[in-house]
Structures are given as C-alpha cells and as structure tokens.
Design a protein around this ligand. Structure first.
Ligand code: ZN
Length: 200
C-alpha cells in the first residue's frame, strides 16, 4: 500500500516535470501596471481658462498673420500701432503668439481688442476687420518657419475659438487669401494647421 502511494506521487511529479520540459508550463509573466492606470485626463491649457473669462460677440473668421519681423510682442506691436499708425485702440491683432524673441516661445498674448471685443485692424478689408479674429505669429515666415511651440499654441487657440464662436474650418484663412500680401509668409504651414483643426 505504501509502495502504491509513493508510485502515484512519483507519476504525478513525472508528468508535471515532463510538461515543464515540453514547454507546457509557462512561468507567470509580469503584467505592466500601465494598463491598469486610468486614461490620462486632457490637461486644460492655462490659456483656455483665461479665455473663458471673456464674453464673445459674433465672429466669422480667423485670419492668420506673421509679424514679418524676427522678434516682437503684443506690447511692442501695440506701441507701434498707436504711435506709428495712430490707432487709438492700439494693437491691431486680437492675439499675438511669440517665438521666444521679445516674448515667450509659444506664448499667447491676449490683445485689448479681444478683451473689449472690438474690430481688429489687421486685415485691410472692412469685412474681415469686423468679423475676423486676427492672430499674429511673431516671425518672418518668408525667411524662417514658425517654431513648434508657436504652432502648438496656434492649434490650441484656433480650436478654442472655433468651438467658442462656431467658426467652420473653411473660415480659417491666411491674410493673403483676402488681400495682396505675402502674409503670413510662404513657409507658413497652412494645411498642417487645417489638418489639426476640428471640422465644424
Ligand atoms: Zn497680415
């Protein structure tokens, strides 16, 4: 009887060992914990919380410009527009996006015309000054390209404005679409921007 019991134990371990040798036994694998984590939440950019503070009136277009200068900021352009152009409302654009020279790289500056929801002075065409949101990227995109940070900020801003003001993608335009000008420069990646925007 004792012999029989030992035989069964031997046969059992013989089977287990042979299965192990055959590769049928797989040691427990380490499961990465990343799959257990909840999906990351979309981080709301600081600029969005800033923009949500302001009332918006009816806007139909978003008009993209470059400053045609290597550096600049909202304060600098505001001074120029007041003193050299004689515009009492100053800065002709609603937004300025810096390139790191004169203002932060990708920094979105909100102009007084957006805060007060008044017409821009950027298009040179009444319809687009009245209904168009003017965004100026610092830089001369005939000679250089917008920085990655500028384009990332522009996408965030455009997407926000499209959603807030219900502006369709076909109304996101470059200055040269409405006037004889090179603005925003031949290197401006217009179609890349459109590809990143929401379809309304
Ligand atoms: Zn322009």
């Amino acid at each position: 009887m004792l012999f029989k019991w030992k035989s069964y134990v031997f046969i059992f371990f013989a089977i287990v060992f042979s299965l192990y040798l055959c590769g049928c036994y797989a040691p427990p694998t380490f499961k990465p914990v990343t799959s257990m984590r909840p999906p990351p939440r979309k981080v709301e950019p600081y600029i969005v919380s800033q923009l949500n503070r302001y009332y918006v009136r009816d806007w139909k277009y978003i008009v993209i410009h470059h400053s045609a200068s290597s550096s600049g900021s909202a304060v600098e352009f505001d001074k120029y527009h007041r003193e050299k152009r004689g515009w009492e409302n100053g800065l002709g654009y609603h937004f300025v996006i810096g390139n790191g020279i004169g203002s932060g790289d990708g920094q979105i500056e909100i102009g007084g015309r957006w805060i007060n929801q008044i017409d821009g002075a950027h298009a040179g065409v009444q319809e687009y000054n009245h209904h168009g949101i003017g965004i100026c990227l610092v830089g001369n995109f005939n000679d250089s390209y917008p920085t990655a940070a500028q384009m990332a900020s522009l996408s965030i801003l455009v997407e926000y404005l499209q959603g807030r003001c219900r502006i369709p993608s076909e109304n996101i335009i470059m200055h040269r679409h409405i006037r004889e000008t090179e603005c925003p420069g031949r290197n401006f990646p217009y179609y890349k921007l459109l590809a990143q925007t929401v379809r309304y």
